[in-house]
Design a protein around this ligand. Structure first.
Ligand code: ZN
Length: 247
């Protein structure tokens, strides 16, 4: 009985945390199933032929805006192809508001995984396998940084990092132009600062899979709701450019 009550409460909590998620997704899957690192991936299928985009959130546990934005992407209605969304790549990190747990490894420095058997390396391997198996055509990885890049060049807040390939470059420039037209405060406007950090997911996807790949960074010196909206602005624009969403 106690177990049933617990399960009911957990279900209720998930329904609050992920409004509409289960309803919007056509398919779910687990990564690192049966471990403390287990996390759910969602497939939003337009029902029409077309490419698949992958959106990652919560890779760093102290960057909650990307996770919250990825959950809202589940309500998007793509007009072609599919969206694969993993809102909480680093669930234990998010629960403890830590970039990564001690000994677990940095979940955005595991591409490709090193030989060491760590949660980060296992997640990197699982996501690389997923990108290959599902023939992912665009990767968008949602992150946050300490402050505004326009105020402090050592921080990446409000930047779009794009993979060093032709699939990413033009799209990045067009996206930042379009997004910045909708942001009035100059400090909050996004900057293009070049390429994703080596061994990050977007770096790997651009270099080894040759696909359009991006790391989106907001500045955590803003209310959470603002950061989530900024992530969604960038994601919508990238997905519209790739034909997943209507203009
Ligand atoms: Zn990050």
């Amino acid at each position: 009985m106690k177990r049933i009550v617990t399960l009911l409460l957990m279900g209720l909590l998930l329904a609050v945390l992920l409004p509409g998620a289960a309803l919007a997704a056509n398919e779910t899957f687990l990564l690192q199933a049966g471990t403390p690192w287990e996390t759910t991936g969602y497939v939003v299928d337009s029902g029409e032929a077309g490419p698949t985009a992958l959106i990652l959130g919560g890779v760093h546990g102290n960057e909650p805006a990307g996770a919250a934005a990825a959950e809202q992407v589940l309500a998007f209605k793509p007009v072609r192809g599919k969206l694969v969304v993993i809102p909480q790549v680093n669930r234990p990190g998010l629960q403890q508001s830590l970039r990564y747990l001690s000994g677990a490894g940095d979940m955005n420095r595991a591409y490709p995984p090193t030989g060491e058997d760590t949660p980060a390396n296992r997640m990197g391997a699982a996501i690389i396998e997923l990108m290959n198996r599902r023939n992912i055509a665009m990767l968008i990885d949602l992150h946050e940084a300490r402050t505004f890049h326009k105020l402090d060049r050592t921080s990446l807040g409000q930047t779009l990092l794009f993979a060093d390939n032709t699939a990413s470059t033009g799209l990045a420039m067009d996206t930042v132009d379009a997004v910045n037209r909708r942001i009035t405060d100059d400090v909050i406007k996004f900057s293009l600062v070049g390429h994703p950090i080596p061994s990050s997911a977007a770096w790997y996807a651009g270099k080894y899979l040759g696909i359009a790949a991006f790391t989106v960074e907001t500045s955590s010196r803003q209310p959470l709701a603002d950061r989530v909206q900024q992530h969604l602005l960038v994601v919508r624009e990238l997905l519209a450019s790739g034909g997943w969403l209507p203009r």
